[in-house]
Write a protein that binds this ligand. Structure first.
Ligand SMILES: Cc1cc2nc3c(=O)[nH]c(=O)nc-3n(C[C@H](O)[C@H](O)[C@H](O)COP(=O)(O)OP(=O)(O)OC[C@H]3O[C@@H](n4cnc5c(N)ncnc54)[C@H](O)[C@@H]3O)c2cc1C
Length: 473
């Protein structure tokens, strides 16, 4: 490691030591059924969110925690797999998992790694460097992740604990925890959508953006990409760069969406206090924002538009699809598009049944549709499926009392968005959303042990001053 990075790590240690107050440990481990101390918090997902919340918990002296991730070390999150853009889309100065500690920011790492002039000249952050930074961050703050460890199931256990069944190194085991946070990313509560008209097509000819697509095999072929968000464009660009004969991008709207609503909402009032609004306002804002969907940056568009064999079809939702020889024929209101291969870039969809680890309680997770009925002109059944979260990001019950233990299962992922606005799965929200999550977790841990704290206070007898007995009286 370079001198500059070593110096930066020393600065990090110094900054953390100077801001560690109050540093007293305050939690007492509870024993699980295996007689081992149960974790205070089990974090599922070692992407940027899992790392940032672990860091936040450690700064609150919650140290009996574990992060697990099914991916191997360095492959957490989408950055080195299905993220197919060259750079992050968010501006380089958005802070993230550093939680406002200057020496832990991406900028500090970049300047130590490449020099200040390089940072000044940088336009957007290359995604490979973001992945490298996250690995450095994890080491610099001393976090360990148990990689290759997958959460399979969550169930209640004795003593108010949760039992997480995990698969690791070919065996399954149980981890006991007081709280579990699902930091499982974009598809935490569902999956990438395949639009209904495409669902009956041969799986070999239809892919999701999260699939390991063999773009080389698309050379000389015709490709259709459904959707006009940033990921759709990235996949179209990959096919074009791999030598596809034609790439057709089918945009549902009459005119493609070029506004980026996430830029508008990037101010502290919205990011911090959106979750404090009543249901009416939360629904109104998030419905409008999510229906607009994220716009794409100029560079994303230009990466496709420089190819003359790229065709953008606006006003072209897919109405029907059928096999025609070795091609797929896609029917749109503006005519038929034929393609050998279709990539669905239509975003993610909430469907609890898609996630095995939710199986013991999926049917009792309260959704927005269970809790709020919007006015007729604001209805959206797909958004009604989002989980309706408590103010500490905990899942809430559809039928009270059927699975009360899910109040200790917290969700910090894209699916938290309807309740919290940008929060999980968003770099620009981490600086406000992670402290709120940590606050909710520590509040729950503290309240649950209030009698022990009362007893501890009553037994406290450490004198702060010594009064000598007066002699001669
Ligand atoms: C293609 C793409 C590009 C993006 N670009 C940007 C951008 O430029 N700027 C921005 O602000 N945001 C961007 N985002 C949004 C967001 O920042 C990313 O999705 C980011 O990865 C979210 O971090 P996370 O830690 O919440 O989830 P992830 O990084 O997805 O991490 C989740 C982790 O959970 C693990 N996991 C899942 N299920 C289990 C299980 N059952 N057991 C154990 N481990 C499990 C996964 O292996 C994964 O490593 C992008 C998202 C995508 C998909």
């Amino acid at each position: 490691m370079s001198e500059a990075l070593l110096a930066l790590e020393a600065e990090v240690r110094d900054d953390l030591a100077k801001t560690s107050h109050p540093s007293a440990s305050w939690l007492k481990p509870k024993a699980g059924l295996d007689e081992q101390p149960a974790l205070d918090v089990l974090i599922v997902g070692g992407g940027q969110s899992g790392l940032a919340m672990a860091f936040g918990l450690r700064r609150s002296q919650v140290t009996n925690i574990l992060i697990i991730d099914k991916a191997e070390e360095g492959r957490e999150g989408p950055w080195l797999s299905y993220a197919r853009m060259h750079t992050l889309r968010s501006p380089k100065d958005y802070t993230g998992p550093d939680l406002d500690v200057p020496s832990l920011t991406y900028q500090s790492w970049h300047e130590a790694r490449f020099g200040k002039a390089d940072w000044d000249a940088l336009d957007l952050i290359p995604r490979e460097l973001w992945a490298e930074y996250l690995l450095w961050f994890r080491r610099a703050v001393g976090l360990t992740v148990r990689n290759g460890c997958e959460l399979l199931e969550i169930a209640p256990a004795a003593g108010g604990l949760l039992a997480a069944t995990v698969a690791h190194e070919g065996t399954t085991g149980i981890l006991y925890a007081r709280k579990i946070v699902l930091a499982t990313g974009q598809e935490a509560m569902g999956n990438w959508t395949i639009p209904e008209p495409l669902r009956h097509l041969p799986p070999a000819q239809v892919a999701r953006p999260s699939d390991d697509i063999n773009f080389k095999a698309l050379a000389g072929r015709t490709v259709a990409v459904i959707g006009a968000g940033a990921s759709a464009f990235d996949n179209a660009a990959m096919a074009l760069e791999a030598g596809a004969a034609e790439v057709h991008l089918l945009c549902r709207r009459a005119e493609i969406q070029v506004i980026q609503p996430y830029r508008w909402l990037t101010f502290r009032g919205f990011l911090r206090h959106f979750c404090d609004l009543d249901d009416e306002w939360r629904w109104r804002f998030m419905r409008a924002i999510l229906e607009l969907r994220e716009g794409f940056p100029q560079a994303t568009y230009d990466r496709c538009a420089r190819f003359s064999n790229f065709h953008l079809h606006q006003g072209s939702p897919v109405e029907a699809a059928r096999e025609k020889g070795e091609k797929i024929e896609l029917q749109t209101p503006r005519g038929v598009v034929q393609a050998h291969f279709v990539i669905s870039g239509a975003g993610t969809e909430i469907d609890f049944a898609e996630r095995g680890e939710l199986k013991n309680f999926a049917g009792n997770i309260a959704t927005w549709a269970d809790r709020y009925q919007p006015p007729a002109d604001e209805r959206n059944p797909l958004l009604g499926r989002y989980p309706y979260l408590a103010d500490d990001y905990a899942l809430t019950e559809r039928v009270a009392g059927a699975t009360p233990w899910i109040s200790n299962v917290h969700l910090f992922a894209f699916a938290s968005t309807m309740s919290f606005g940008p929060s999980g799965s968003s770099i620009n929200a981490m600086t406000t959303a992670i402290p709120k999550l940590v606050y909710g977790l520590t509040r729950g841990l503290f309240r649950a042990d209030i009698e022990r704290y009362w007893d501890s206070f009553r037994a406290y007898d450490v004198p702060q001053a010594v009064i000598p007995a007066k002699s001669g009286r």
